[in-house]
Design a binder for this molecule. Structure first.
Ligand code: MLT
Length: 366
């Protein structure tokens, strides 16, 4: 029997909340979220995968709607939960896609249960264990959560999770993640931080991975930076690596378009009808909320960001120009879906050029 849709079942002495969607006989992909988020962080990937794949996303113990249970958290326990879920659902083999902590679990799972997996997607993650400095940061975070509460922790976290660009162009994404963090209990935050600090390295086992592997990382990821991704790529035979622009640690959310493009290309090798799903993907791939769809529109968005950056640079480096900027008839907004046409662009440049001329003649600047 298939438990299609959203379910809660008892696995490994706790209740696990999961979504199981897509056709019965399709290849299975299991999505494992990062810390301290929940399965909804994969919504935009689930949307594009479910026509051709059986997609399972679940809440890790204590996160989202899954119970914490009573055992001490560890990556090994999280891996047992994953295997328990697969057994319950009668899934013999699956492809794993894990982001950050999800990647630590995926690497642990493939190391210990290699026969149960036929593909691996490692996003913004690393095979290394925590350094003494990182362990110390986690200890301080636990103390701060106890003393100042979760909101302060969430505010500090999102500063590290997202690229500056995301705050400027897609603030709503940062708000959604902040809310996700704030819904996680102090008990889970503490227990998971301890589990992360104690996790073992998996780097020494990378060469043994025998399934297709794709590694994705945001080029501004400060938590698990591109250097960590390059290391895994070098050590996993035949792996593919994609470094995504306009993204930091949450590359699937910050640059959904590019992320989904790589994801779908990679998993298509597991699919019988690549043409069908690629066609649907091109029509339906809406990065997160109501972002734009086509590559052309993504380019417009990139251009918009560059213009915004220029404006911000003027504001921070030449504050005396602010007055002139305010006089500009045309500024390109940082709102969602800004309308950028050639007419708007050229009038923006004209106003920019005229304020700079005005400034130069007022100040006889070079
Ligand atoms: C995550 O996104 O899962 C965390 O950043 C992992 C970590 O803190 O090591």
């Amino acid at each position: 029997m298939r438990y299609k849709g959203n379910n809660r079942i008892s696995v490994n002495n706790h209740t696990i909340s999961f979504d199981d969607e897509g056709p019965d006989e399709a290849p299975v992909i299991i999505l494992i979220h990062g810390f301290p988020f929940n399965k909804s962080m994969w919504n935009k990937q689930v949307e594009v995968l479910i026509e051709n794949y059986r997609v399972i996303s679940y809440d890790i113990r204590g996160h989202g709607k899954s119970d914490a249970g009573t055992e001490e958290f560890s990556i090994e326990l999280f891996t047992d939960d994953l295997l328990g879920l697969m057994d319950f659902l009668n899934i013999q083999k699956a492809m794993l896609c894990g982001l950050s902590m999800g990647g630590y679990i995926a690497l642990n799972a493939i190391e210990n249960f290699p026969k149960r997996f036929n593909g691996l997607i490692l996003c913004d993650t690393t095979c290394t264990a925590d350094t003494p400095e990182t362990k110390e940061k986690r200890r301080v975070a636990i103390e701060n959560i106890a003393e100042y509460g979760i909101e302060q922790y969430a505010n500090e976290s999102i500063k590290n999770l997202f690229a500056l660009e995301t705050f400027i162009t897609s603030k709503e994404k940062t708000i959604i993640i902040k809310e996700m963090i704030m819904k996680t209990s102090v008990q889970t935050l503490t227990a998971t931080l301890l589990a992360l600090a104690e996790r073992k390295e998996t780097c020494s086992k990378l060469a043994k991975i025998k399934v297709p592997v794709m590694i994705i990382v945001g080029n501004e990821d400060k938590i698990t930076p591109p250097v960590a991704a390059r290391f895994m790529h070098k050590n996993i035979p035949g792996s593919k690596l994609h470094i995504i622009e306009h993204a930091a640690h949450l590359s699937n959310i910050e640059n959904t378009y590019e992320f989904n493009e790589h994801l779908l290309k990679f998993v298509s090798s597991f699919n019988q009808k690549p043409d069908k799903f690629m066609k649907r993907y091109l029509v339906d791939s809406r990065p997160f909320d109501s972002d734009k769809t086509s590559k052309y529109e993504q380019m417009e968005k990139d251009l918009n960001f560059k213009i915004l950056k220029t404006t911000l640079t003027i504001k921070s480096k030449y504050p005396e120009l602010l007055k002139y900027l305010e006089e500009m008839p045309d500024t390109i907004s940082a709102e969602k879906d800004p309308k950028i046409t050639l007419t708007i662009l050229s009038s923006y440049y004209e106003s920019l050029s005229s304020i700079l001329k005005k400034y130069k003649s007022d100040h006889q600047a070079n």
